[in-house]
Ligand binder design. Structure first.
Ligand code: FAD
Length: 355
């Protein structure tokens, strides 16, 4: 069986981002790479959105970029700017196409469906397949989004709606998220932060229909695409091994307070590429411990007091959108962290700290 210098298990967002980063920086000229990916074909299956706080390799795959966003709680709306860090949506279909076209040019890169097809004992492995037990007592961000097309112009495509909490909370945290790609096309998503064991939250189609028709007051539209997903708001099991690094969701690249992962995956890929020659001895890349600590407390509050969350997000963004974006994208400094902490309901967070 054939041997490879490197193996990437899982050719999804993290696996392909890493392969691309290595390839465009000429790290695979004299090295071989096997990518293990069971899917039969690549097609659009996700939309990755984030605040662009750092450059990335996929500007051509950006479907839309916004410099304004809004957040709603019942009877109140915040209109906010993000021109320093535009909010971007990457189309996974364009992303897969761009990367696969590039990787095809290098004969040292080969795709396989199963790890058993190759000899992996002497390879360095980058693993993006998480070991997640279906633990429904943990918190998840679960959601369903539809792309819709309207008969007439309807949306203001200059502003996205990040969180609309003016909806049925059902004792959890629930909001709608609307990304207007143009005046007659948008992604509308229902999002829950909860334990997933409550099946009553899974009537996604009904929630979306009701929101579009009765909240947005939009009647003439058709659904052109649908995505359903769940992001674990806990770290998957990470088995340490000398010849293996976990990447992507499996590698702890998700910010637990938000579910944002895409840009962390890009930064991790860059870190691996910079250290590839000495990778088995390189320090593990992590989301900074201060964010891990603050997110843990935040999630404790979220679990105990879901009813407080809409106000917490609303006030945090209102006081300084720029600082909030930097904080949620792992780019805040000490004073910015402090200003966020001071906006939180202090006693609730102090109690959660000692819980
Ligand atoms: C629907 C959805 C929308 C999301 N939107 C956002 C967003 O807007 N912003 C953001 O920052 N994050 C978002 N995320 C979170 C995160 O960015 C994505 O989940 C991202 O795809 C994670 O990359 P990954 O490589 O870890 O996992 P994946 O992209 O899921 O890749 C894993 C790959 O492993 C393959 N695989 C599975 N089993 C095996 C096996 N046994 N052997 C080999 N390969 C296997 C799969 O086919 C897949 O291609 C979203 C997640 C989902 C599910």
């Amino acid at each position: 069986m054939k041997e490879f210098d490197y193996i990437i298990i899982g050719g999804g967002c993290a696996g392909l981002s890493l392969a691309y980063e290595l390839e465009i920086n000429k790290k695979l000229k004299d090295k071989t790479l096997a990518i293990i990916e069971p899917r039969e074909e690549y097609k659009k299956d996700k939309t990755w959105s984030f605040w662009k706080v750092t450059p990335h390799n996929f500007d051509e795959c950006v479907k839309k970029s916004w410099e304004n966003f809004s957040i709603n709680i019942p009877n109140k709306t915040n209109y906010l700017e993000c021109n320093n860090y535009p909010y971007q949506s990457v189309d996974s279909g364009l992303f897969y196409k761009k990367i696969n076209n590039k990787l095809k040019e290098n004969k040292n890169i080969n795709f396989f469906k199963d790890l058993k097809e190759i000899d992996s004992k002497n390879s360095f492995i980058f693993n993006s397949v998480p070991s997640i037990k279906k633990n429904y007592s943990n918190l998840w961000q679960h959601f369903c989004g539809v792309e819709i097309e309207t008969q007439n112009n309807f949306f203001d495509d200059g502003i996205l709606n990040l969180m609309d909490f003016d909806c049925d909370q059902r004792g959890s945290i629930h909001f709608f998220y609307t990304l207007p790609y143009s005046k007659n096309k948008a992604l509308v998503e229902t999002t829950w932060l909860s334990k997933m064991n409550d099946v009553s939250q899974k009537d996604y189609d009904k929630q979306i229909k009701d929101y579009i028709e009765n909240h947005l007051n939009l009647k003439g539209y058709k659904i052109t695409y649908k995505e359903i997903g769940a992001i674990p708001l806990f770290y998957p099991v990470y088995e340490e091994a000398k010849n293996k690094i976990n990447i992507g969701t499996a590698g702890g690249m998700t910010r637990l307070s938000t579910g944002y992962t895409f840009l962390n995956i890009q930064e991790h890929s860059k870190y691996i590429r910079e250290n590839i020659e000495n990778i088995s001895k390189t320090r593990k890349y992590e989301i900074s411990k201060k964010y891990q600590f603050m997110d843990e407390i935040f999630l404790r509050v979220l679990e105990k007091h879901p009813e407080m969350m809409p106000n917490i997000f609303f006030k945090m963004f209102k006081s300084s959108p720029k600082t909030s974006i930097k904080f949620l994208s792992n780019k805040s400094n000490f004073l910015e962290d402090l200003s966020i902490i001071l906006k939180m309901p202090k006693w609730t967070f102090i109690k959660a700290l000692f819980n």
